[in-house]
Design a protein around this ligand. Sequence first.
Ligand code: ADP
Ligand code: MG
Length: 632
Amino acid sequence: MSDRIVGIDLGTTNSLVAFMEGETPVVIPGEDGSNLVPSIVALDGGNHTIIGNAARNFLIETPERAIYSVKRLMGRGAEDITEELKLFPFRLADDMQAGEVLRIQLGERSYTPPEISALILRQLKRNAERFFGEAVTKAVVTVPAYFNDAQRQATKDAGRIAGLEVLRLVNEPTAASLAYGLDKKKNGIVAVYDLGGGTFDVSILKLHDGIFEVISTNGDTHLGGDDIDNLLIAIALDDVKGDMGIEVRRSGEAVQTIRKAVIEAKIALSSQATTHLDVELPGGHRYQREITREMFEQLVQPVLDRTVGPCKQALKDAGLKPEQIDEVVLVGGSTRIPKVRQLVKELFQREPHIDLNPDEVVALGAAVQANILSGGSVATENMLLLDVTPLSLGIEVAGGVTDKIILRNSTIPASATQHYTTQVDGQANVAIHVLQGERELAKDCRSLARFDLKGIPPMSAGMPRIEVKFLIDANGILHVSAREQRSGKEAEIEVQPSYGLTDDQVESMILDSFDYAEEDFRQRQVIEAQREADTILGALEKAKANAVWAQLRTDERKQIGKLEKALIAVKAGSDYQAILKGIETLNQATMRLAELMMDGAVTTALKGKNMNDTGVGEGPTAPHPMAEAEFE
Ligand code: ADP
Ligand code: MG
């Protein structure tokens, strides 16, 4: 087995895996040729898991069997996610008991968030293994800079369940800076602006002697490309109601069709000045309109404005003025929008780096870090990556008050010590309640863990000297120890977050995934092939209704009919290679049909008619466009 280490961006909307090819980080594409694996997991009718692009349709057709945005639930408990439950269609497991680890219902099964993330990681691992032709077992995985201890633990757990040893968790902004090789500049201040699908993060990094330090982070966990999509959808729904007098707001299918179309329009407007929206609605209705970039920019301005406050706050927390920023890095698919680039430039008074794809840059940086860990890079061999703890950490003291031990925005690894004593004469046990947050009262902070220091010999109140030590390691994981110094009694824990998984739970999930792995894999290949066959057969059905079908020679039509029957026959079986072969031959045979349809489409378009009537986008051999769009 090789010692190869891959870099993984486990994103809310999209996930990617990358590796170092010589001196250059490169993204590894999936079987469908796409670099991005949408972070969507679905269960098909036979309870096989489907990941990524292939899972998209489930979100529309059987939403109770699909999940997206699971990153929002990582390392969190039922009581932390009320907001997420309002905004996203997460379904808690039917049989979940209060206080139990969070589980999500997917069809008849239920999964913890780390298990769902593990399915995405396994897909990335498989993509890498197919690419290299050998097993891949080690990875560097990125996490948002603001991820707390529990969220980091949950991400590591996901890696273990997926059969990946997570050698290092790296903050996303740090990874993005590494991808641009900013470490080579030795010194300076870097601002990283990350506008993704549903989250916005801004981080200020300080680079000294080639070492990165995150000095502040800010953001909004409910702000991103989805908000832009929703604005466009709202306009479309209003138009449809106003101009056409039909109300489709309650039709899930119609809304999803509109969503898909507006996302395509949004993406088009990042590179062109105007775009045409054209949506076939159920019931034979058709909605069309032009959108200019100018209109689009006006519409999304309020969304973009919401990123300004967090940027200013991050600068303030870092004690810096915009003119002190030396480098600006753009991250996240939504920063492809020209107006976003302009805003960032104005905010930080710098031209941002745009050479790398903003939705790939984090994975590329993870690959750079992986290379450093494997000793592959001599130049950066001794480089340390310093990150920051996003929230203060402390313990509960008498009166239910929070006593902070490590302050927010401290560079990690970090450690700090405080001394305490007892309240009551002869007190033998002290309860240590570990807290995270900025609030004064323990009840308002997040409870991370509790443990007791026991067996303190009898002393009068105030006599014992209890040293509490907090240590955050390079992965951002907290270790807490307490020691009564007169007696030498001590207790310590590596913080297992209150809502995290126990080691045993993780262990059994790993075993489960091994049990199912091979079978899952075989079945997935068959299902994927069957789905592809359905697509081509469906397209052929439509093409037969088209006028050009009659232009084919009789023998051509016969041959196609024969191959169609053959494909339907093999599709019913479970030999995926035979299915792929059938698809391939049918594709070949329908080549001329597709060409004819294409010609027809062009002529029709010239006559000012609707291109969609010709079914051109759906001809049997038309390649499927790899939209980067989201269906959320
Ligand atoms: P995340 O970090 O949340 O997983 P990404 O960085 O992949 O997500 O960003 C996904 C978002 O970027 C989606 O909202 C998608 O629609 C948007 N996006 C992708 N390409 C473009 C583009 N060319 N123009 C505008 N938005 C885009
Ligand atoms: Mg991202």
